[in-house]
Ligand binder design. Structure first.
Ligand SMILES: Cc1cc2nc3c(=O)[nH]c(=O)nc-3n(C[C@H](O)[C@H](O)[C@H](O)COP(=O)(O)O)c2cc1C
Length: 476
């Protein structure tokens, strides 16, 4: 039995020459779309114009208090399609692949989206599940979640274990959290685009929320909440709602370590995360100042054009684009989970920027050169030798001190760090797209080698990396 999140992270580390081969059973591939049979559906309008203010305007500042009266069905439709909807399709050897507004490790999409809606015009009160495939809402409950009569709009992000563990086995919990973090950020931006600012919340009573969602909590679990207005106070005796819908393949293998880490992190946190204390090294600090390049691409276009692009070219990146990209990692609105991790980046061919390893002070909007050198070829090898990474102008990474998190917050701190890494990773994807750069998330790396390269010590570990830089073909 594992005793800490660090132990889970270490048990699921990839080590060179020690990767056990795993055969993917294509005949038992998990179904990527959750559907409920025989329940009432609300069709969402398909042709609703998306907002086209630039992404940086969308992520900046406070858009004021949300107004329940203005939360109409077309508004909700935009929120669901911009945050979690299908964007385009690609031809793949095995058939068609549907891209979504969020990326997902291995394209397996473990995360599902639910909303508790009360006193919102044009839609009956209820708990709803968003069907990505149909762009519709399925009503799971018609009430039972509020003690009062106040309007309520609260979203829930879950992960279905087997969707990702089919491929990643015990390591899958990392992807459940990173993918869910991507969805939380996507949802927050989509809501903000509709003047509905939301507060993300990773602290809730797991058992109570899972019961409220009606899911089979051995297969699917809630990992994050986002509250726009009101709150849910569900009755304690609610029955499940078609729990069989949480099943995603005919034969689902149980990975005990996933249950162990999830149970461990289910305990309430003891305190907010500590301030990160990661190596800063060198003394050369640069303020980011005003972004030197301004992304003009509209928000909806950015979402529709976002893709994992791997066709990097090793030239054409300048300091202006790098600083504009890094600005997206410094969200203007603070979250209580911000301190759960540290952010850094490695630069290769970026004009007027010394190649090296930098740490970012997100609050001060300043970057510090920690070590000079060309490290991109090394990270490429560390990321399971995915050769195309070598041409990326920069590699952004997220790291956390898992021991410090455990001491301060308890095991739930692991969720804070990984969900935050996913949220920030999403900003890198969208920021890169808006700047017409290619970008791809990387969850597969040799963990000890990554820690060595970044100079991480004790319980500090790298959590996630994204490559970004000029692309061989135009983004639009
Ligand atoms: C957490 C995470 C980890 C990922 N890891 C890798 C990776 O190691 N290698 C890779 O080529 N792509 C990786 N991807 C990209 C996915 O393969 C990609 O998002 C998915 O196939 C869907 O395609 P799209 O992003 O173009 O819509 C990752 C994505 C996420 C969100």
């Amino acid at each position: 039995m594992i005793q800490s999140a660090r132990q889970y992270h270490e048990h699921t580390s990839y080590e060179r020459n020690n990767l056990s081969g795993h055969y993917l059973d294509w005949s038992n591939q998990p179904h990527p779309f959750k559907e409920y049979k025989g329940l009432d559906r609300v069709e969402l309008p398909r042709t609703v114009d998306g907002p086209q203010a630039p992404l940086d305007a969308m992520s900046r500042g406070d858009s004021g208090a949300a107004d329940p009266e203005k939360t109409t069905l077309p508004v909700l439709s935009r929120v669901f399609s911009l945050s979690a909807g299908l964007t385009t399709r690609s031809r793949m050897p095995g058939g068609e692949f549907f891209h979504r507004s969020v990326p997902s490790a291995g394209g397996l999409y473990p995360s599902e989206l639910y909303a508790a809606i009360r006193k919102v015009p044009g839609i009956e009160d209820g708990l709803y599940h968003y069907s990505v495939a149909r762009h519709s809402l399925t009503r799971l409950r018609s009430g039972g979640f509020s003690r009062n009569d106040e309007p309520c709009l609260v979203f829930f992000v879950t992960a279905i274990f087997f969707r990702s563990s089919w491929k990643y086995r015990d390591r899958a919990y990392r992807y459940h959290l990173l993918d869910s973090g991507h969805l939380v950020e996507s949802l927050s931006l989509a809501l903000r685009s509709q003047s509905l600012p939301a507060a993300a919340d990773y602290d809730f009573d797991d058992e109570q929320v899972n019961r409220f969602l009606g899911i089979d909590a051995d297969r699917e679990v809630c990992l994050a909440k986002a509250t726009v207005f009101g709150d849910v106070a569900p009755a304690t005796d609610l029955p499940p709602v078609r729990p069989e819908a949480s099943r995603t393949a005919a034969r689902e293998t149980d990975y005990p370590l996933l249950n162990e880490i999830h149970t461990l992190t289910s305990a309430a946190a003891s305190a907010p995360p500590p301030s990160p204390d990661l190596p800063a090294g060198g003394a050369t600090s640069h303020g980011l100042g005003k972004p030197l390049a301004k992304p003009e691409m509209g928000f909806t276009d950015t979402i529709l054009l976002r893709r994992s692009r791997r066709n990097f070219v090793p030239h054409g990146m300048d300091r202006g684009k790098l600083s504009a990209l890094i600005q997206f990692l410094c969200p203007p609105t603070e979250s209580p989970y911000d301190d759960a991790l540290s952010v850094g980046f490695l630069t290769g061919e970026v004009s007027d920027v010394e190649p090296g390893l930098y740490w970012l002070d997100r609050k001060e909007k300043a970057w510090t050169l920690s070590r000079k050198g060309r490290f991109i070829p090394q990270t490429t090898r560390i990321c399971l030798d995915q050769g195309w990474l070598a041409n990326a102008a920069c590699h952004v990474f997220f790291a956390a001190d898992l021991d410090a998190l455990d001491t301060t917050c308890g095991p739930r701190g692991y969720r804070y760090a990984m969900l935050t890494a996913g949220r920030l990773g999403h900003r890198v994807y969208l920021g890169a797209t808006a700047l017409e750069l290619a970008c791809c998330g990387i969850g597969a790396f040799y963990d000890p080698e990554a820690a060595d390269l970044l100079g991480l010590e004790g319980g500090q570990r790298m959590l996630y990396l994204l490559a970004a830089g000029p692309s061989k073909s135009p983004i639009r």
